[in-house]
Design a protein around this ligand. Structure first.
Ligand code: ZN
Length: 292
């Protein structure tokens, strides 16, 4: 980075409020006639973008996060579709980076690609960044991601990823997937929970690990200001406890993406009540869904 460029102060009074009054694209009765953008870009603040993949391209319609720091930006997750033609993630991200750099000129600027977990709907776009200059794509698989964060050595560590004044704190969050990671962004106060916590079916592969992860997320957020708990999907309807069936591509009655730390407590209480014999249970905004 050029020392002459003015640095953005990401410290001071945080978290800073941003905008989440957004109507997400939510599919259409006919996927063929869908006129929404391939990727919706929501500006939370001038350094923070939330992206949603169009449901007509893939029913999973995952959310992705692009956060800018002084030295580099991080893209968290790369969506459910590999094809740059059908899902032009690289083009959209390059456009956002170019726009940000026009407003905040830098000699050098890096892009880091991290993931919430290695399921296909969160890593499919990785290949679009393989030949991107000044870019590091950290593999989402257990061996690669946990080595990067240092969780292999200490799964209870809180890793820090410095984007240049903007620091992300990262926790191992196994349960939905053994390699899952949760992220806390001090600047926005976002707790990014991947597929561990979101308004939908919380598929739990390892019940004990999931319970422990929820405990850790609660303990972690007790000591930091969390503005929003943000996962990567919306699967619930506006009716408490009722989800859209899997593979739905039109969800006109979705609840908001954002949840609160109160929901973490609600999940913990439900787990405690269920005990150590995993069982499916619907709550207003999520369904605990042990697998297989
Ligand atoms: Zn997912």
């Amino acid at each position: 980075m050029d020392a002459g460029m003015p640095l953005i102060d990401f410290t001071g009074v945080t978290p800073r409020p941003g905008a989440l009054d957004v109507r997400w694209i939510h599919g259409s009765p006919s996927a063929k006639h869908n006129t929404d953008p391939d990727i919706q870009v929501h500006t939370y603040d001038e350094h923070t973008f939330i992206l949603r993949q169009n449901m007509a391209i893939d029913y999973e319609a995952p959310f992705l996060f692009l956060l800018f720091g002084n030295a580099r930006a991080v893209l968290i997750d790369t969506g459910a579709t590999a094809s740059a033609e059908f899902f032009p993630l690289r083009r959209v991200v390059d456009g956002l980076v170019a726009g940000w750099l026009a407003r905040h000129p830098r000699e050098e600027y890096h892009l880091l690609v991290l993931h919430t977990h290695p399921h296909g709907d969160h890593v499919a776009g990785d290949g679009q960044f393989a030949d991107r200059p000044d870019t590091t794509v950290v593999g989402a698989d257990l061996a690669t991601a946990w080595e990067y964060f240092g969780f292999g050595e200490d799964p209870d560590a809180v890793a820090q990823v410095d984007l240049g004044g903007r620091v992300l704190e990262c926790l191992a969050a196994p349960g939905h997937h053994e390699a899952a990671v949760a992220f806390y962004d001090r600047w926005t106060g976002f707790l990014l929970t991947g597929d561990t916590v979101y308004p939908g079916r919380l598929y739990i592969q390892d019940w004990a690990a999931f319970a422990r992860t929820i405990d850790r997320l609660i303990d972690f957020s007790d000591r930091r200001p969390v503005t929003h708990v943000l996962g990567c999907h919306i699967e619930m309807t506006g009716r408490p406890g009722v989800d859209y069936p899997i593979r739905t591509t039109y969800q006109p009655d979705e609840p908001p993406l954002q949840m609160t730390t109160g929901h973490l407590h609600e999940i913990r209480a439900a787990i405690k009540e269920i005990g150590d014999r995993p069982d499916r249970r619907a709550h207003p905004l999520f369904i605990l869904w042990p697998t297989p």
